[in-house]
Write a protein that binds this ligand. Structure first.
Ligand code: TXA
Ligand code: MG
Length: 319
């Protein structure tokens, strides 16, 4: 096998049909994909990521009609949302069909489903001939990959059969997760905002997603310490008495002056979508032992900014 195992779309589809695990591009982040119907492939995904099996996977499809292959009791609201925002960065939670193994859903009676807009992802799913379970292609709790190189750096030597390079992800943050089991509820913010969902289904709740120590998680996978680089990252307002280490770098947003000069800027003009597409790449870039601390500027908590705030709060050390 070549190393890293760069793979073509056709070879990836063949490897997936053979029950192996392949990293694929999507518009949000790269995914670590396997046949969603095949428990052995699912087990390998958990093993490669070192992900606990209580954290369920998202099933990726390439046509709205496939929703009915993997879920049941689909409410009208789900079809309305699918029509509005699929293909795209939105995942829906619906009651699962028996064909979806319990390992995929961590024993939950519901399954997460997404129809990605990335043409390479769609082609791979179509040619694999089955829905693909795919979590983000990073080690558990680490920063999600937005380029094929990020995947190779974290996972190349961990037994995956291939990596398909589809270029940098243009959304850059994981999909919005909306549960349609009961009242529509956003479990994880993303590029499809609660306002966009409410515009289609009338009303949507937003789950307060921080887990409380010693209590069950509000939503699976929503650990308080997620998306963490190895170099400590701080997001928020620094306490006045905080002493900055010498080798401190800053990810700026817009043109506000900070305690130290901007090392990288998410968007000089304060464009939130540009910032979203760049955030994880910058976190990967500055996750270098040459640095002692990464500071990130405050990002307005509106629209897709809610997703950035959600991820940055989990990535941040507490001081
Ligand atoms: O953008 C994305 O969604 C990317 C790309 C690859 O599609 N995938 C992704 O997967 O972010 P992952 O595994 O990193 O995050 C999936 C989240 C987890 O927090 C998981 O707990 C939640 O979805 N989830 C999956 N099934 C669920 C269910 N039945 N009920 C509630 N949450 C669920
Ligand atoms: Mg993830």
């Amino acid at each position: 096998m070549h190393f890293p195992p760069w793979t073509s779309v056709d070879d990836a589809a063949r490897l997936l049909r053979d029950g192996l695990v392949v990293a694929i591009p999507t518009e949000t982040v790269y995914g670590l994909a396997g046949n969603a119907y095949e428990p052995k492939a699912l087990a390998q995904i958990f093993a490669i990521k070192e992900r606990p099996t209580f954290d369920p996977l998202i099933v990726h499809i390439c046509e709205i009609s496939q929703l009915a292959d993997v879920t049941e009791n689909i409410p009208e609201a789900a079809y309305a949302l699918a029509k509005a925002y699929w293909p795209g960065p939105m995942t829906m939670i619906l009651p699962k069909k028996d064909c979806i193994p319990d390992l995929c859903t961590s024993g939950l009676p519901s399954v997460a489903v997404r129809f990605p807009s990335h043409p390479v992802a769609q082609e791979i799913i179509r040619k694999a001939l089955v829905p693909l379970a795919a979590p983000s292609a990073n080690l558990f709790k680490h920063v999600s990959p937005t380029t094929a190189e990020h995947v190779a750096a974290q996972l190349a030597d961990r037994g995956l059969a291939g990596i398909v390079d589809g270029g940098p992800c243009n959304v850059g943050v994981e999909s919005t997760i909306v549960s349609l089991v009961g009242e529509p509820t956003v479990l994880r913010p993303g590029a499809v905002t609660p306002e966009m969902i409410a515009a289609v289904v009338g009303n949507v709740k937003v789950k307060e997603s921080t887990s409380k120590p010693g209590q069950p998680m509000a939503a699976p996978g929503q650990c308080d310490t997620h998306y963490r680089p190895q170099v400590p990252l701080f997001y928020g307002k620094l306490p006045a008495e905080f002493k900055l280490p010498e080798r401190c770098v800053r990810i700026a947003f817009g043109d506000t002056p900070g305690v130290i000069p901007a090392t990288l800027n998410l968007s000089e003009t304060g464009d939130m979508l540009e910032a979203t597409a760049k955030l994880y790449a910058y976190m990967h870039d500055l996750d270098d032992p040459r640095y002692d601390l990464i500071l990130v500027d405050q990002i307005p908590n509106v629209g897709v900014g809610m997703a950035l705030n959600d991820r940055l709060k989990r990535a941040s050390i507490k001081v």
